[in-house]
Design a protein around this ligand. Sequence first.
Ligand code: IPE
Ligand code: IPE
Ligand code: MG
Length: 248
Amino acid sequence: MKAKVKKSEEFHLNKPLAHVAFIMDGNGRWAKQRLLPRHMGHREGCFRITDISNACQEFGIKAMSLYAFSTENWKRPKDEIDFLFSYIDEFFKREIDHMMRDGVRVLISGDISRLPEKSQATIAKAVEMTKNNDRFYFNICLNYGGRPEIVRAAKLFAQDVVDGKKTIDQLDEKGFTQYLYTAILPEVDLLIRTSGEQRTSNFLPWQLAYSEFVFTPTYWPDFTRAEFIKCLEEFETRQRRFGGLKNE
Ligand code: IPE
Ligand code: IPE
Ligand code: MG
């Protein structure tokens, strides 16, 4: 994806940042502002994913997590959901060659078995094709909920105990993270939520324990590379103490 980027503005991160998570919110309001159907916001939002993924790679960030569809989003009208998954499908078809070229590994968080079969096939193909890449991790959260993720992890651990592979004494924080979807990813340093809402909406409750949060009023389809840089500059002003007294 990187080669397409025109560098309008040079930016160098001067704080360690391995993993940035995004709650891509405001697609519907972006469309409404333009008197368009809500799904047009999702369509435009998928193009921003490409831009922001390119920017992350350019800035030397190792991983991104994207909240694309929550376990609660099934409450929405079926046609909006169908459009959204069709745009995600198109996104992977459009980007897969670039991802391979750039060494991007696609990871999925969430239970995709409830998605339309066509989307499941496209996503499974992207995961399989990119599984040996490790330059950048692109973690897309689909039918994802943080509480279901923790319950799932607890069940997987319990099953390992039943199967005699683990004992209860072996369960500690580090071990537990191995049962989460994000097992191979670095800690989330920064969470960005667009659209002005200031809540996490069931996104990565375990992983965000010590992340910095940046909220921007910008709707996701307007979240350009320049908007992203503003958030990174805000992140750079933060003092991360992790419970201690000194700066990192
Ligand atoms: C975020 O945009 C995308 C998804 C939740 C799938 P929304 O669709 O929530 O947009 P708003 O919040 O209604 O504007
Ligand atoms: C969170 O946005 C989910 C995604 C961005 C995929 P929502 O728009 O669904 O969240 P709420 O309803 O405002 O909390
Ligand atoms: Mg929303």
